[in-house]
Design a protein around this ligand. Structure first.
Ligand code: ADP
Ligand code: MG
Length: 488
């Protein structure tokens, strides 16, 4: 997409940067730095100086399909037999993590899972195919989705700068919207609290709390805190923060009722919200897996439960590109075509006809248009293009099934925006990934609440393949929605 950003020198940008620093520090657009003592050094989070142009059609399409995706994943979880069979197979090939989660789930099922309500807090990530001018799905995240808090802040900052004349006239022709993810995600947690109290006590009295299960040494604390403070100020609900390692010290499950309590204050926990637990190293010992089991078998609503988390594997995403499988969950033709319009080709690496075709692609080394993905979350795990063949050559072919082979989405880099991180400016070309949040509350039979919950734009140097913001590759951006007629 051709668009001219103001071309200002570092010197000319200084007044704008002062505005950004003051606004960011005043409003909590912050992250702990990679180095230094986190307690006394925070800085403006890695962000872009300007919003990045997204065509209106793509923006609307991504947002429009969110509740259909929420419904799809709820139906997958409701149709337990299929998820069970697929996850069981996968857990054999990825015993290190999927297998561990699956074992805990099976143990929990044996012991009894007393809570039937499921709270899905999702983020659907897209890149824009620049040839077709269409959104294409990168992945669907069902656990620990981040940046809903900071996305609201960055978009507020960019909108403020635009409305108060800090950008050039060029940017004035676009619409710079604010993402309401920070409010909507806390509304989603609140929906869980409300449903729990209604279920247990027949009325809502704001007497229970939310437990955020976080990582030790988390740098992206403020993104989480924004949700916590919105929960307090908009809904009067208290939250506590603890790591999975803290569970034995700080939480207690009542033997008789399975209710979960935060022992320092004896508060009852209605919702356990995971901002961790998506990567193997979140679990440091067997005790941590025991703690995950304790949470799963408690009466609290889990956001997400293990079933919902396991519905978000890349293997399940690949299987859904088979129309026969997709139709098991969604029957409406319009919804099917809406979903399918966001898919690119994804191959399994098993003995199915499609798997055989994919293995052929790999063996001939024609992998320049592909990315290989293991069953992991959190960035930094994928293998790209010409690295795929040598990477797999080292492995036994029967273990290839733990991976999926995905067509690369041809997103066009944007030139002219400026990245600000650690007080340094970077003027490289960027690639942007658009995320859409969604919240769904459901049980085995029914969907109780299904909402679109705001959006996020993350950008990274187009020279780097990966885009994790907290991992240090990318930054939080916002959107300038450009009507088709005004693109030059
Ligand atoms: P993770 O769970 O680690 O976030 P992703 O599937 O989101 O895994 O992949 C990480 C990054 O790799 C994405 O943010 C994107 O930048 C890049 N990527 C993944 N799939 C594709 C694809 N099909 N085409 C282009 N880039 C991709
Ligand atoms: Mg991702």
């Amino acid at each position: 997409m051709q668009y001219k950003y103001p071309n200002l020198s570092d010197e000319q940008l200084k007044p704008l940067l002062t505005e950004i620093h003051h606004w960011g520090l005043t409003n909590g657009l912050v992250m702990y730095p990679q180095t230094g003592n986190p307690e006394n050094t925070t800085a403006v989070a890695p962000i872009t100086v300007y919003p990045t142009i997204i065509p209106e059609k793509c923006f609307d399409q991504a947002i429009g399909v969110q509740t259909v995706y929420n419904e799809l994943y709820a139906k997958i979880v409701q149709d337990y037999d299929w998820l069970h069979a697929e996850t069981e197979k996968l857990s054999k090939h990825d015993s290190e993590f999927t297998g561990k989660l699956w074992d805990v789930y099976l143990k929990a099922k044996k012991l009894g899972i007393p809570q039937k309500l499921e709270l899905g807090i999702f983020r659907n990530d897209f890149l824009i195919d620049s040839v077709k001018n269409e959104i294409k799905q990168v992945e669907f995240n069902t656990v620990s989705v981040s940046f809903g808090g900071l996305s609201t802040k960055v978009s507020q900052l960019h909108r403020y700068l635009k409305l108060h004349g800090f950008y050039s006239d060029d940017l004035l022709i676009s619409n710079v919207p604010v993402s309401d993810s920070a409010e909507k995600l806390s509304d989603g947690l609140f929906a869980g609290v409300h449903a729990y109290e209604e279920q247990q006590y027949g009325s809502f009295d704001a007497t229970t709390i939310v437990a955020f299960i976080v990582q030790d040494g988390e740098r992206n604390v403020f993104d989480q805190r924004i949700l916590e403070y919105n929960l307090a100020s908009n809904h009067g609900i208290k939250a506590v923060r603890l790591t999975i390692q803290d569970v034995p010290k700080l939480l207690k499950k009542c033997e008789k009722t399975s209710k979960l309590f935060y022992t320092p204050t004896n508060d009852e926990i209605s919702v356990v919200y995971f901002r961790s637990g998506y990567a193997p190293n979140d679990f440091k010992s067997e005790q941590d897996w025991e703690s995950r089991l304790l949470l799963e078998t408690s009466l609290s609503i889990k956001a997400p439960s293990l079933k919902v988390q396991l519905s978000g594997t890349k293997k399940i995403q690949q299987l859904l590109t088979d129309e026969n499988i997709l139709r098991k969950f969604i029957s409406d033709d319009d919804k099917i075509s809406e979903l399918q319009s966001t898919f690119v080709q994804i191959y399994p690496l098993d003995d199915s006809p499609l798997g055989v075709k994919a293995k052929e692609i790999i063996k001939t080394g024609n992998t320049d248009n592909y990315v290989l993905k293991p069953q992991r979350e959190g960035g930094g795990n994928n293998i790209y293009k010409s690295d795929i063949n040598p990477f797999l050559a080292d492995k036994d072919e029967k273990d290839w099934s733990a991976y999926i082979l995905m067509e690369m989405i041809n997103a066009e880099p944007t030139e002219g925006n400026v990245i600000l991180r650690n007080n340094e400016l970077y003027r490289e070309k960027i690639l942007s990934e658009f995320g859409v949040f969604g919240v769904i509350l459901f049980d085995e039979n029914q969907i109780h609440h299904n909402e679109y919950s705001g959006w996020l734009l993350r950008s990274k140097f187009s020279s780097s393949n990966e885009g994790g913001v907290a991992a240090g590759f990318g930054c939080v951006d916002s959107v300038a929605v450009m009507p088709k007629s005004s693109v030059v």
